[in-house]
Design a protein around this ligand. Structure first.
Ligand SMILES: Cc1cc2nc3c(=O)[nH]c(=O)nc-3n(C[C@H](O)[C@H](O)[C@H](O)COP(=O)(O)OP(=O)(O)OC[C@H]3O[C@@H](n4cnc5c(N)ncnc54)[C@H](O)[C@@H]3O)c2cc1C
Ligand code: SF4
Length: 510
């Protein structure tokens, strides 16, 4: 039977069972689409990265004897619309059966489901064979519970997949080594090895420009730094294990002006495009730890495994359990627009200048920069979650809605009212100063709450809690903060709140 098999840009799974056999009757289709480049303004490295990875994947399939159509962005036949392209490809090739892999994005899932409903040929959906879990697994696990606890989910995953287990007990005697893993980075080791690719993708950038795609950020097209094949993604993994893994947990929350990724793996693009799988990353990490216990401690290994086997799978489960309503949640009713400097990095706040600046340069910031610098500020300043989602979804190389929105609207903005996190992640300058060297050279004074040079985080922090008292005061994890707020003299509180109001009316110029 003549079959068309659709491969979406984030479905570049080299090991999928689809490709174990070749058939002249099976046509594989990949498409570069304005539908995808334009649903948000993306970082240009993200567009280049996806196009290059798709190109390399199409070439790989062709080399293995598969029939492939790869519609490029400026191809005259390309309607720029997924289902319109499918219509003419099906007709032109006398296709009798349409097959696709389950999309990870809700909007694409909807689009393909309704497309299949009106097709007058057979259709079939396959699993992507990438994740540990099915779409529904997290929801099923918590079906009888009021809340979704990541820690319970993670332990279930560890047991189910026998990862870091010694019989029925967790390796090292504990499930969680987070408390050992919160060190600031003070410059030791002095040299942090870096590994980046240096692909020349100026031709792809020219095509993107010719098509008139709007984008943000620095292209680095002549020395493109991200992996765009499975082999290169495995290289990133090997490099991480050999040179960075030993310090991963220790410094996973640290931030430093001299290093934009410190000991983080930079595996998210390879993982989210499915060029490599979470199981092979986790298994490789555990095997490395077992082989080199003198180099990599259990703290580092567990810290890393938790991110992939725990957080990544959990976020996906939350996404499928809570969409489409999740995308509209705004627990605090925040309404402010994002200040313009989020798109340029031009602010006097050193922490934000660095976190945004490196995001524009590399389409990357590590977790704590996303959570405790940009996310923290946006939450304290009461920015509308829609604006924040658009920014995160656009700027990061790894941003795909299922993992972006749950992290942004959920973990970072608490706009879901506590589905993902048990309390909002906010802090004053104190935390930023403890975990980074940003404050030392900042225009603002990290200690001051009031005055022209007072760090804006310091008054906005108290303003956030005061204005959301009715929503947060009963949260047992926040009780201490309200006790402190209640102990403040009226005069002091008033002065801090007035200072915060002044910052809020002047966000553009901070
Ligand atoms: C506001 C905000 C937005 C985010 N948006 C995205 C996004 O669009 N895409 C994305 O992949 N991650 C996102 N994250 C999670 C995390 O920040 C990135 O996965 C990580 O920074 C990627 O860099 P890395 O590969 O060097 O990760 P490492 O720190 O080396 O971690 C290893 C891997 O663990 C996984 N991981 C770690 N933390 C998380 C998490 N919270 N949720 C899911 N997976 C996790 C990633 O696959 C990552 O590659 C976001 C976090 C926040 C706070
Ligand atoms: S003083 Fe405030 S604004 Fe400046 S770097 Fe520190 S936290 Fe950021």
């Amino acid at each position: 039977m003549k079959t068309l098999r659709l491969i979406l840009g984030d479905q570049l799974n080299y090991q999928h069972s689809w490709y174990t056999q070749t058939s002249p009757d099976t046509l594989y289709v990949l498409m570069e689409l304005r539908q995808e480049t334009d649903y948000v303004v993306h970082h240009v490295q993200k567009v280049i990265g996806f196009f290059a990875a798709m190109y390399n994947f199409a070439a790989y399939l062709q080399k293995r004897g598969h029939r492939v159509v790869h519609l490029r962005i400026n191809d005259p036949d390309n309607t720029q619309h997924l289902t319109k392209n499918l219509d003419w490809l099906i007709e032109q090739n006398n296709i009798e059966c349409f097959e696709y892999q389950l999309p990870d994005e809700y909007r694409l899932d909807q689009q393909l489901t309704s497309y299949c409903q009106q097709l007058n040929i057979q259709s079939k959906a396959y699993d992507t064979e990438h994740f540990y879990t099915t779409r529904e697994e997290v929801a099923q696990l918590f079906s009888s519970k009021k809340t979704y606890l990541m820690e319970s989910f993670y332990r279930t995953m560890r047991k189910k997949h026998k990862v870091l287990m010694e019989g029925s007990e967790p390796a090292g005697g504990r499930w969680n080594f987070d408390s050992n893993n919160r060190k600031p980075f003070k410059g030791n080791p002095v040299q942090i090895p870096t590994h980046q690719f240096s692909h020349d993708y100026r031709d792809i950038l020219e095509e993107i420009d010719r098509a008139g795609v709007r984008y943000l950020g620095t292209p680095l097209a002549d020395r493109f730094p991200w992996p765009t094949t499975r082999k290169q993604s495995l290289e990133v993994l090997d490099f991480f294990l050999a040179f960075l893994f030993a310090h991963f947990g220790n410094y996973q929350d640290a931030m430093h002006t001299g290093h934009w990724s410190l000991f983080h793996s930079k595996l998210s693009f390879g993982l989210n495009t499915k060029m490599i799988s979470p199981a092979e990353v986790v298994n490789a990490a555990v095997a490395y730890w077992e082989k080199h216990p003198e180099r990599v401690s259990i703290e580092q290994c567990e810290g890393f495994v938790r991110q992939i086997l725990g957080w990544r799978e959990y976020m996906r489960g939350i996404y499928w359990a809570k969409m489409p309503d999740y995308q509209h949640l705004n627990f605090f009713g925040h309404e402010r627009p994002l200040p313009d400097w989020f798109w340029t990095g031009e602010t006097k706040m050193n922490c934000l200048k660095h976190a945004i600046g490196q995001s524009l340069n590399y389409a990357y910031a590590h977790h704590i920069q996303r959570l405790m610098i940009t996310g923290n500020f946006a939450l304290l300043a009461g920015i509308h979650p829609d604006e924040i989602d658009q920014w995160y979804l656009g700027i990061y190389i790894d941003a795909i809605e299922w993992v972006e929105i749950t992290n942004t609207r959920g973990m970072s903005q608490y706009a879901d009212g506590g589905i993902v996190g048990s309390k909002p992640y906010v802090s004053s300058a104190n935390y930023v100063d403890k975990m980074s060297n940003y404050c030392g050279t900042c225009f603002y004074d990290k200690k001051a709450k009031i005055g022209e040079k007072a760090c804006p985080f310091n008054s906005l922090y108290w303003h956030f809690y005061e204005r959301n008292r009715a929503l947060l005061e009963k949260n047992p994890r926040i009780g201490m903060i309200y006790q402190l707020l209640n102990k403040m003299s009226n005069a002091e509180k008033q002065a801090i709140l007035e200072q915060a109001e002044s910052h809020l009316s002047n966000l553009q110029n901070l």
